[in-house]
Design a protein around this ligand. Structure first.
Ligand SMILES: Nc1nc2c(c(=O)[nH]1)N[C@H]1C(S)=C(S)[C@@H](COP(=O)(O)OP(=O)(O)OC[C@H]3O[C@@H](n4cnc5c(=O)[nH]c(N)nc54)[C@H](O)[C@@H]3O)O[C@H]1N2
Ligand SMILES: Nc1nc2c(c(=O)[nH]1)N[C@H]1C(S)=C(S)[C@@H](COP(=O)(O)OP(=O)(O)OC[C@H]3O[C@@H](n4cnc5c(=O)[nH]c(N)nc54)[C@H](O)[C@@H]3O)O[C@H]1N2
Ligand SMILES: [Mo]
Length: 783
């Protein structure tokens, strides 16, 4: 293997026989329960830890580290899902990666192991430092580790030469303390996982509805009559959402899925929480209609729907029946409607149809359903946010919802479905490279310092800055930066050019092996573990996708005696670097309630934070747009007209290569959590025992002269002279629109050019990569 290559899949012990076998059952159901058992077994969960599952997402238990979907308050029976079990089992594993492992294997040797194998070593037990002479990680005392970090940070001539990454599992307390330290140190360099995830939502919505968050709560799902699910695969990524959709479907709500793939969970679902459905092998039909745009076609599709809604309103007006537009809402609450409507009227249907990749009839059907809905919820995931025009798409979707007053009304609203369990909370408490001046004023006043005012670096800009030597120190609070990010070989060069890389982490991953001159691995408690400070168990708080904030208490014995909590690690780094004149960092680490007092002072909506967390189920943070309060410059919700982009890199590449040019989307399999690979199956899509597969339309295969079962190399088309290529992907015939391909992330990240980002959001365009296929010379790598 070359130095800059990685394989997620090699060396898996208990792998299933590689095969492709379409899945014919409903999502969840018996299959899911069987997999739950298999997963517990595979992870060798310590016996006593089974009971943790019973406490997952309970008022006095811990918040599931799986996803950001909210919980029904005080569910009487425990609510867990297959993939939540995998996430918990992965953390509660009895396997340990002790210093002996690192004594036995050099970093070069560990680099030859797959991501799956690295994960399988289990929980890290002791802090480690890189010893260049022996190419090994060796034990280091905690204080020496903090001193090493402090030395590096103090040595930098400019605080902006350090970058501080956050992955979305960090609690509100850890994230708030971290940003306070980093800003006191002097920079706003906060690359975080949301830069790669829902950034189009967070940056786009403030211009239309004033807040970059969703407006619904779970209660709204009980009152919605229409649900539009854009670009999401809930059966895998938010399985508990299916329970909610099932209830909606049973009530007779109309559910439309907008997705190039007919994802199984959006078709049929058998609920493991409902024994009768399971016993009778029954299932509930979820979607009434599937709309299948081509990859990246949503903007044009939504524009078509909005245009049609306008036409339907014209017809209603002419025939004197009830208006289709909510004219009162538009008049009272919005600005910019006329220009928006004019733009819709001039948009051509043939452009819409060509760019959406759906028949006109589908646009009209969707518009009809939307126009009839009295309470409509739109949800969306990565299928909308990881394209060049993602920000415009999210804005347009919110505008479509505004046309009929579907925001801030019972049973209606915007529902971006976040990824990591606390990614929304991290942003709320200040993990933000573009902080507002008002926030900085409050932070500075509360802690008596002058925060840095200039905006910092996001993920992509951090990588660029490391590449050209502007950033020399990288500190990561969780995550797997060098694998989750785009353009893998260039990102690795960037990491290796650093003076110091530090990872606060639970398990070994690739990012620890792609390191700077000095490097530290700092092992930490997971969310399922008891966090004792001075003999008192500490809880941490998180915010879910629907702005519910609640407390989470771990219940397992920590994986090792030598772990510190994330909060303790941050506090000690701060203490070593800045001293404790202004903030008594270690006192904050001894009692997390002090951190929450700080949050209450600085962040709107957290008044009496400690008190309010005592209520089981927590509290709703309040979202202005939900109350029809519009925090925009005009004080109103804003319509914004965007043109359909006809000159994207995909268009340009197609101009050059014709129909041979394909658009590749990268997505998650059922057996992974982002870069953590649990296994090699993706059973709802019928893939077993392998990950290096490429989903393609049979007609495209014929057109390109390939047949299913052959292996191909994939090369990106990007005009910067750099070759981006991954090899030996198995072609799988799949029901996917023409011109589109699908493959798994992160194997395909080397194909995403660093400079290919969403306009206005900076998100890597990992769902629309222009690529070409060639027959593979390498046969069945690692298979
Ligand atoms: N088990 C498990 N749970 C997870 C994760 C995990 O890896 N594993 N990851 C977590 C994280 S961080 C996140 S962000 C979420 C991600 O959850 P999702 O948003 O579901 O993410 P993806 O798996 O990337 O799938 C996106 C969906 O978008 C569709 N799609 C692709 N391109 C387009 C397009 O152009 N238009 C439309 N309409 N659809 C498109 C794909 O077919 C797929 O169904 O899940 C979270 N939960
Ligand atoms: N091509 C492509 N690229 C993508 C995406 C895509 O769809 N396609 N999706 C993007 C998205 S949506 C996201 S969110 C990012 C994800 O980017 P990241 O958040 O950086 O990646 P993860 O794989 O979630 O991080 C997993 C690691 O977190 C560590 N960890 C787990 N639990 C804890 C904990 O409690 N504390 C600490 N300190 N560490 C912990 C473990 O070491 C584990 O290896 O990837 C992005 N990259
Ligand atoms: Mo994400």
């Amino acid at each position: 293997m070359k130095k800059n290559e990685f394989r997620a899949e090699s060396g898996i012990e208990s792998r299933t026989q590689p095969r492709i076998e379409p899945y014919k059952h409903p999502a969840a159901g018996w299959g899911a329960l069987k997999y739950v058992a298999v997963n517990l077994f595979k992870e060798k969960v310590a016996g006593g830890n089974y009971r943790t599952l019973l406490k997952q997402n309970q008022p006095d238990g811990f918040d599931c580290p799986g996803c950001a979907w909210p919980d029904r308050e005080h569910a009487s029976t425990f609510e867990f899902c297959e993939n939540g079990v995998k996430a918990v089992a992965a953390e509660a594993t009895s396997k340990r990666a002790t210093p002996a492992l690192f004594e036995e294997h050099s970093v070069a040797e560990l680099m030859t192991q797959s991501d799956f194998e690295l994960e399988q070593h289990g929980r890290l037990t002791d802090p480690l430092v890189y010893d260049a002479a022996r190419d090994r990680y060796v034990p280091i005392g905690w204080n020496d580790a903090f001193e090493l970090i402090a030395q590096h940070l103090k040595r930098l001539d400019d605080p902006n030469r350090a970058a501080f990454y956050t992955s979305g599992r960090a609690s509100n307390e850890a994230a708030f303390l971290y940003q306070l330290f980093v800003r006191m140190y002097g920079t706003n360099n906060f690359p975080d996982c949301s830069n790669m995830c829902h950034e189009a939502t967070s940056r786009g919505l403030p211009h239309t509805v004033g807040v970059g968050k969703g407006t619904v709560t779970l209660d709204d799902f009980e009152h919605a009559d229409t649900l539009l699910i854009f670009g999401q695969n809930p059966a895998t990524n938010h399985p508990r959402m299916l329970g909610e959709l099932r209830e909606c479907a049973k009530r007779g709500a109309t559910i439309v899925s907008i997705n190039p793939l007919k994802e199984r969970g959006l078709e049929r679902f058998a609920s493991p929480q409902h024994p009768v459905e399971m016993l009778t092998m029954g299932s509930t039909r979820i979607s009434s209609l599937f709309i299948r745009p081509k990859v990246g076609g949503d903007f044009a599709l939504i524009k078509g729907v909005a245009k049609r809604v306008l036409e339907l309103d014209d017809e209603a007006l002419a025939s004197g029946v009830e208006r289709v537009l909510d004219v009162e809402f538009i008049a009272e609450h919005t600005v910019g409607f006329e220009a928006f409507a004019d733009d819709l009227r001039t948009e051509r249907w043939d452009t819409i149809v060509a760019e959406a990749g759906v028949p006109l009839d589908d646009v009209l059907k969707l518009a009809d359903i939307y126009a009839k809905g009295r309470a409509v919820i739109s949800t969306w995931g990565m299928g909308l946010t990881q394209h060049k025009n993602s920000l415009a798409t999210v804005q347009l979707l919110s505008n479509l919802m505004m046309m009929r007053g579907n925001i801030g009304r019972r049973g209606a609203g915007l529902c971006p479905v976040r990824g990591h369990s606390n990614v929304q909370g991290d942003r709320t408490v200040g993990i933000e490279e573009q902080p507002t001046q008002a926030f900085l004023d409050k932070l500075g006043a509360a802690y008596d310092f002058e925060p840095p005012r200039e905006h910092g670096l996001d993920v992509v800009n951090t990588i660029q800055a490391m590449r050209d030597g502007r950033v020399k120190v990288f500190i990561g609070l969780g995550g797997n930066f060098s694998i989750a990010t785009p353009d893998t070989p260039r990102t690795w060069d960037a990491m290796r050019a650093c003076d110091l890389t530090v990872h606060v982490t639970t398990k070994l991953n690739r990012s620890h092996l792609v390191h700077g001159r000095d490097a530290l691995i700092l092992p930490t408690l997971g969310r399922t573990e008891i966090d004792l400070q001075n003999g008192v168990a500490q809880g941490v708080s998180v915010e879910d996708s629907m702005s519910m904030v609640h407390i989470s208490y771990g219940m397992n014995t920590p994986a090792s005696d030598n772990l510190l909590s994330e909060i303790a690690i941050v506090a000690h780094i701060a203490h070593a670097t800045l001293g404790s004149n202004k903030v008594d960092w270690l006192a904050h680490a001894a009692d997390y309630a002090l951190i929450r007092d700080g949050i209450a002072k600085v962040i709107d909506g957290f008044e009496n934070y400690n008190e309010r967390l005592k209520k089981p189920g927590g509290f709703h943070l309040g979202v202005a747009s939900r109350d029809r309060v519009w925090k925009t410059p005009s004080g109103k919700a804003q319509f914004i007209a965007h043109a359909i982009a006809l000159d994207t890199p995909i268009h340009q590449a197609r101009e050059q290569y014709g129909e041979r040019l394909m658009t590749l989307m990268t997505t998650r399999s059922h057996d992974q959590y982002n870069t953590t690979i649990y296994g090699l199956d993706d059973r709802y899509r019928g893939v077993y025992g392998q990950r290096r597969v490429l989903f393609a339309n049979p007609q495209d295969l014929a057109m390109l002269g390939f047949t299913a079962g052959e292996r191909v190399d994939i090369t990106s088309v990007w005009a910067d002279g750099v070759e981006r290529r991954v090899d030996s992907f198995l072609l799988v015939e799949y029901d996917i629109p023409r011109g589109c391909l699908g493959a798994y992330y992160p194997e395909t990240n080397p194909l995403v050019p660093l400079s290919s980002v969403a306009d206005g959001a900076g998100t890597p365009t990992s769902k629309s990569i222009p690529v070409l296929l060639t027959a593979s010379a390498v046969d069945a790598v690692a298979a």
